[in-house]
Write a protein that binds this ligand. Structure first.
Ligand code: IMP
Length: 428
């Protein structure tokens, strides 16, 4: 038995989709533990490209069990569209996808409230994906949320919906001057979804603990990244869940004593979508180069990602709060042509040097990044599958990342495809 948590070490979009797909070969169960269809995992297999938002990418390998844990928030319409898309491509979903009855459901009023609230915030908006993620988690924590198991019971669902709609319509109509919702419309729509989803729903905490006792390998797949974590990220410019490794326990019902490894996925540079501080952001030709060459456009919203240099301070913080046992470096090849590459090793704010991640947002917003400069390798690393073949300066860059973060590199990804990967150490 072996259990591995894989999390993003930066602001999401580190290339977890491909890495989860590779590690899935050795896993029996692949489990999503937080977030919702705000995530977007791109996986390329042969000539086919799959973008998954909610269903673990393990579904693309026959016979693997994929679990959506209790910590996830589910938009049933989006989930069913994803299931249908997979079925159309001949992927077997029934029997391989299992959904927790304790996961919370995204309702249409969550999306509407989020839209109005973002509008109201003006320049202080979070820049969310607009999927209703935040308001759904807000209802969960306020103990008024509607869970997957609730929509299976028509009476329970109607009662909860009635109370929630009254309150949400009050906010929408009185506070925001927007249109409210009609109970019967949502009731009919969601009871329809419930019937289609019924067979996928089970107690996934029981299922996973049983699997552990049977000696199965489990891969826990985090969405977003450490600096979007509601506790450890650049709050309030974060998502509303625990993307860090602790979320794998609370979001699935598997205890911390059962986790063997936590692997952080680290992009060789940094990107961020949405608002919020980003000390190493490059608003220049290099930033544009990274966006173009790295195809840095959101898999969910298509928004251009903000791009910048690798930030060792932020990544070391990620290594600590996640407890990384290893790192996976992705998108090395994007840096191939650069003659100089910078690494941020500290932040300077009002004359003071910060070498640890500050919790005050204004420090991160206004600081000057302190850089060390490394020589580029100006040779192709694209598609390499052997570490020895890496250019010397590329090896030096990886060694420096390793040194500054304080965690060993297990895998290096050199392209989108499964075989474009250098495995230094087996993770399962
Ligand atoms: P929300 O998760 O839609 O509430 O958005 C909150 C913040 O997280 C925004 O800055 C989003 O752009 C960001 N975000 C959410 N999901 C992802 C993701 O999968 N990758 C990168 N950023 C994300």
């Amino acid at each position: 038995m072996s259990t591995v948590v894989i999390t993003g070490a930066q602001w999401g979009d580190e290339g977890k989709g491909k890495m989860v797909d590779i590690l899935t070969e050795d896993a029996d169960y692949i489990v999503r533990y937080q977030g919702g269809h705000n995530a977007g995992h791109t996986v390329v297999i042969g000539d086919s490209k799959f973008i998954l938002h909610l269903i673990p990418s393990g579904i693309l390998r026959p016979g693997k069990k994929c679990v959506i844990g209790n910590g996830v928030v589910i938009d049933p319409q989006a989930l069913l569209a994803e299931i249908d898309g997979l079925l159309e491509k001949g992927i077997e979903v029934r029997g391989n996808l299992l959904i927790s009855g304790r996961a919370h459901i995204i309702m249409p009023y969550h999306r509407a409230i989020e839209k109005e609230s973002e509008k109201q915030k003006g320049s202080l908006k979070i820049g969310t994906t607009g999927r209703g993620i935040g308001p759904t988690y807000a209802d969960k924590v306020a103990r008024v949320g509607i869970r997957v198991a609730d929509i299976l019971d028509k009476e329970v669902f109607r009662d909860k919906l009635k109370t929630n709609i009254q309150e949400m319509n009050y906010f929408l109509e009185r506070l925001y001057g927007a249109k409210g919702f009609i109970l019967e419309d949502i009731y009919d729509e969601y009871t329809g979804y419930a019937e289609r989803l019924r067979d996928f729903i089970t107690d996934t905490a029981v299922l996973l603990n049983r699997a552990l006792r049977e000696g199965k390998n489990i891969l826990f797949e985090g969405a977003q990244g450490t600096h979007l974590d509601v506790d450890h990220g650049t709050y309030p410019y974060v998502t509303s869940s625990n993307a860090t490794s602790g979320g794998a326990c609370t979001g699935t019902g598997v205890g911390p004593t059962k986790i063997d490894k936590v692997v952080g996925v680290v992009k060789a540079y940094t990107t961020r979508v949405g608002s919020g501080p980003f000390p190493t952001e490059l608003n220049d030709a290099i930033g544009e180069f990274l966006r173009d060459k790295g195809r840095e456009y959101g898999a969910t919203t298509g928004r251009p990602r903000r791009c910048g240099w690798f930030d060792a301070v932020a990544t070391r913080y990620a290594a600590d709060v996640n407890g990384f046992t290893g790192m996976i470096i992705t998108k090395m090849d994007v840096l191939d042509e650069l003659n100089e590459i910078k690494i941020c090793t500290g932040y300077r704010y009002q004359g003071k040097l910060y070498t640890e991640m500050p919790s005050q947002l204004n420090v991160l917003e206004e600081c000057e990044p302190v850089y060390e400069t490394m020589k580029g390798w100006q040779a192709s690393t694209a598609g390499l599958s052997n570490y020895e073949a890496m250019p010397v300066n590329a090896k030096k860059y990886i060694e420096r990342m390793q040194e500054l973060v304080g965690v060993d590199v297990d895998i290096i990804s050199t392209g989108f495809r499964r075989d474009e990967t250098i495995i230094l150490k087996k993770i399962f």
